[in-house]
Design a protein around this ligand. Structure first.
Ligand code: CUA
Length: 365
């Protein structure tokens, strides 16, 4: 059978009804994109969350149009111009080359769209990294496995709690003391690596009172999953009260480990409970080997008997009371940083159990 030329290929019989249907689908989808607040799923705690959400909506709005029409026409034309039973085995479709009008528009429109997306992105990005006039500057420092935050006027850092005053443009200097961590605040729509030896500065303005999460977003070791801090946004007066309270506490806190913390009774310590706790809370950083056998921190197998162990308190040998003090108040020094008992989620009983367990290990029990 001779090859038959098809009549001039047009848009097909159902083109306009299909176009109308796609327009309706697009309008319905985009209506929900525009009217549904993203805050239904995740609150916006600080600028730039609002800007990021606007950009997300902008992208989704046009993404819906492109997606629905592209897929819709693809399916429609595949059906409208499918091979017919009456076509010969080797029938060819109509060969089309060039359509100036179409090519012009499918170049111009996406170009405008991409430039707009780029412009909004650069504007938001510059706001995060280069906005000026921060009225408050704090430092966020990651370490295995917690965060510490430094505030102006406080001598010591605060573990795991970043307090910020509502409505005050704030500069956050992010860094790390050991490995790469990630400063991720979903409610601020920010995820910034905390890199040792590098200070990354971001700018945010808290817009909503509440307690949010600061999650470590880079795998940084065995207890990475526990590295979650709190972002506490509070009214200005409450923030000032927090600073005053911390100032008072720090001024009156004993320097160094400070011996046995009040409320810890070593006589009630239970070694087997301590062993279970050690495996759960400590073993990611501490081995039970010699003091010099480090994982993240030193080995603790012989802390009360090891000649390599530096004196916990100047001039005196390590005592269980000092060990309890260090577990309670945390540690910062040449050996690194250890979160305090509150950050590690350890009660007074837990501290006693751990010390009694380590005493037993030191004695080889
Ligand atoms: Cu720090 Cu993961």
């Amino acid at each position: 059978m001779a090859q038959q030329a098809r009549p001039k290929q047009g848009l097909g019989p159902g083109f306009w009804p299909v176009t109308l249907l796609l327009a309706v689908i697009t309008a319905v989808c985009d209506y929900y994109v525009v009217i549904t607040p993203i805050t239904n799923f995740l609150p916006e705690a600080a600028t730039p969350a609002d800007q990021t959400d606007e950009l997300f909506k902008f992208l989704t709005f046009f993404g819906v149009i492109v997606f629905v029409f592209t897929i819709g026409y693809l399916v429609y034309f595949a059906i409208a111009w499918r091979k017919k039973k009456s076509d010969s085995e080797d029938a060819l479709g109509i060969q089309i080359h060039g359509n100036f009008q179409l090519e012009l528009w499918w170049t111009i429109l996406p170009t405008i769209l991409v430039i707009a997306i780029g412009w909004i992105s650069i504007k938001d990005w510059a706001g995060i990294f280069y906005a000026q006039g921060g009225q408050l500057a704090v430092e966020a420092i990651g370490y295995q496995f917690a965060w510490e935050f430094r505030y102006p006027g406080l001598t010591d850092p605060v573990q795991n709690e970043l307090h910020l005053p509502l409505g005050v443009p704030t500069t956050i200097h992010i860094s790390s003391r050991d490995v790469i961590h990630g400063f991720w605040t979903p409610e601020v729509r920010l995820k910034q690596d905390a890199v040792p030896g590098l200070v990354t500065t971001i700018h945010i303005t808290p817009t909503r009172v509440g307690t949010y999460r600061i999650i470590c977003s880079e795998y940084c070791g065995a207890r990475h999953g526990y590295m979650v801090g709190k972002l506490i946004i509070e009214p200005k007066e409450q923030f000032t009260a927090f600073l005053d309270h911390e100032k008072y506490v720090q001024a009156h806190a004993p320097k160094g480990p400070g011996g046995l913390p009040p409320g810890v009774n070593l006589a009630n310590g239970n070694a087997s409970a301590g062993q279970a706790l050690f495996a759960q809370k400590c073993s990611a950083c501490h081995s039970l080997g010699a003091f010099t056998q480090r994982i993240v921190g030193p080995g603790l197998g012989k802390i009360f008997a090891d000649p390599d162990h530096p004196k916990l308190v100047d001039g005196a040998a390590a005592t269980p009371e000092d060990a309890a003090g260090i577990i309670n108040s945390g540690f910062t020094g040449d050996l690194g940083t250890m979160p305090n008992a509150k950050t590690n989620g350890l009660s007074n009983d837990d501290i006693a159990n751990l010390v009694v367990y380590l005493e037993g290990v030191s004695k080889g029990q």
